[in-house]
Design a protein around this ligand. Sequence first.
Ligand SMILES: C[S@@+](CC[C@H](N)C(=O)[O-])C[C@H]1O[C@@H](n2cnc3c(N)ncnc32)[C@H](O)[C@@H]1O
Length: 269
Amino acid sequence: MPSHSGYSIALVSLTSGALSIAGYILLKRFLCKNMCKKSKKAEQSKIYEEKALLDQYMLFNYADAKDFILFDLNEYSNVYNCVSFPRNVALLCRDHCPEIFFADQPHPRRALDVGCAVGRSCFELSKLFDEVIGIDYSANFINHCNKFLNEKFIEYECTLEGDINQKLTCRLDHDVDGSKIKFEVGDACNLRDDLGEFDLVLASNLICQNWIGGYVDENGQEVHGLDGLKNAMCDTFDLVHEMNLPMMIRETRRKFQFTVCLITIWQRK
Ligand SMILES: C[S@@+](CC[C@H](N)C(=O)[O-])C[C@H]1O[C@@H](n2cnc3c(N)ncnc32)[C@H](O)[C@@H]1O
């Protein structure tokens, strides 16, 4: 969905029903002055001309709750649970794979995080495993991971509104032993042969690009991502747990991407 500041919606709802002609002219001037940058951008990309966006806005405008919300979201109404999703995922690994942590493991416990992005899951996993490798396609992300690992402190800034940013810092947890973690640039589809063996492989928000599902097959049957995943995995792995986990990415002070991720946990046969 294209970006809105949030104010345009508030302004219209405050004034609707009581908008005089003078008020309308003022409102128009206000919108022209404040939104011209955005409009130019929108014109360039022509996103509002696309069918997908038209349909999205039809849903947004006209659908009733039963067509709009397709599973029970009340369960996820505490948005605070969505914060620190990469950490929450690492904790699930701990809770759902207890046998990895039995005391009599004969070898060092190793974890691989494919698509590790800026590393939070790796740092959390390092509290549980003897060795963690984080791999990502993005050199920028991996450089950032290594900088954080070395300096144990990092500054960053996020958009609040337009050019106004929120400056933030984060520190590496005291109980993270950096010597256990290695970050490297790599492609999940072409991993190097000498990575070795792992007790746990995490692929979080990596296979959501519809390549294994999200289409209608030649017999007219819907093939969902989970079907594709089962087909790809079932010869070698058993599906031991399936659950939803909500997450939010913040875009501005007022705009968030809210996603309920489908988590599957697989055990090698
Ligand atoms: C949506 S982010 C998810 C990050 C993190 N795992 C999480 O759940 O928050 C996807 C990450 O996967 C990386 N990625 C995408 N395709 C990849 C590939 N073929 N090999 C390795 N990393 C990839 C991207 O660079 C990005 O950092």
